[in-house]
Design a protein around this ligand. Structure first.
Ligand SMILES: [Zn+2]
Length: 348
């Protein structure tokens, strides 16, 4: 069977909308709500929220035994206010694993607990070249010397508190999304690229009047970047789980921005050999070009479920993303290949 044609314009449009929806881990609800609204267009999907706040979509298949699951996460890297400094600026604590230099100079939103939002940017506390000279270059970026400069008239802790800001408020860094020459450049393609791929697979199959061979659960998880996204939310009857998450691109890696990768091992060890091999077979039958790779510093929601006791086969696929957990980039070809592999898996 030939795979249905993917609506690339839709895939990119939804991806851009999702990327522009701030969703740091812990405050990912707006992205969950966006996916939920998008999937509400498909009335045959059974949508539920877990108590933890993730979204589960069940799609009844032609067979109901041995159901499958796919997961991708909507939460992203971000930060929280750790301290309101005496000069009114904010010290932060990171959410997820990234280096401060990757967001230095970036615009951001501070989400005050009372619902107000304040704009700002992340800077080194010795930011001015004319004041600090060589220190601007030589200072090691650490929690203690990075700060948010708020776009508000504040020079004291009291004035910043007057804006509604408190310790523990969430901070989201601007994704700076740009689609150019079929490249998508943005923060947080990890893992919004794969969330968009799953939604596009559902839409494409539906429009082609196709349905999955076996019942499938899609888990849109909301705590992956801190290591326990899919540890809950996969129903116990599920037999296999395909985590859909970005592939790590860089020196020594087999992955690239134009292909989908099957990850065979990461920091959590090898994935399930049988399921990985079946995915290879499916790709081969459907003419999907893919890479195989090993990621040196990486964990997935598939492993989160394994660690939580999930008794399933787990495999990991996803599009190559350059400069991950930094200012990321991928190409439309990799996104399309990911959607194709997901559809081929569902139909097989
Ligand atoms: Zn990820």
């Amino acid at each position: 069977m030939k795979l249905p044609e993917i609506d690339t314009a839709y895939l990119l449009d939804f991806l851009v909308r999702l990327l522009n929806t701030p969703s740091p881990t812990g405050l990912a609800e707006p992205a969950i709500a966006l996916v939920e609204k998008e999937l509400a267009a498909f009335p045959f999907l059974q949508l539920t929220r877990t108590r933890k706040g993730a979204l589960v979509a069940k799609w009844q298949g032609q067979k109901n035994d041995a159901p499958r699951a796919l997961t991708a996460h909507v939460d992203t890297l971000g930060a929280m206010v750790k301290e309101i400094k005496s000069n009114g600026r904010l010290k932060l604590t990171k959410i997820g694993g990234f280096a401060w230099n990757t967001v230095e100079g970036e615009g951001c939103w501070v989400f005050a607990a009372d619902g107000r939002k304040v704009r700002g940017s992340l800077l080194l506390d010795k930011a001015s070249a004319h004041v600090h000279g060589a220190a601007v270059n030589e200072t090691k970026r650490e929690d203690d010397n990075m700060e948010i400069r708020l776009d508000a008239r504040t020079a004291s802790a009291a004035e910043t508190e007057g804006l509604g800001i408190r310790v523990g408020d969430f901070v989201a860094f601007d994704p700076r999304v740009e689609v150019t020459e079929e490249f998508v450049r943005s923060r947080h393609l990890d893992d919004k690229a794969c969330v968009a791929a799953l939604v596009a697979a559902i839409k494409t199959m539906t429009e082609a009047a196709q349905s999955p061979a076996r019942s499938v659960y899609f888990l849109f998880s909301n705590y992956e970047e801190v290591g326990h996204g899919a540890s809950a939310g996969i129903p116990p009857e599920v037999q296999e789980l395909v985590a859909v998450d970005m592939a790590a691109v860089g020196a020594g890696q087999a992955s690239d921005e134009f292909h989908v990768t099957l990850c065979l091992k990461d920091s959590g060890g090898p994935y399930h050999h049988g399921l990985s091999n079946r995915l290879r077979e499916i790709a081969g039958k459907n003419g999907i070009e893919y890479r195989t790779d090993i990621y040196p510093y990486y964990g997935s929601d598939g492993e989160a479920f394994w660690r939580a006791g999930g008794d399933v086969a787990v495999a990991l696929i996803g599009p190559g993303v350059d400069a991950s957990h930094n200012y990321e980039r991928t190409h439309t070809e990799a996104l399309i290949a990911t959607v194709q592999w997901v559809m081929a898996y569902l139909l097989g």
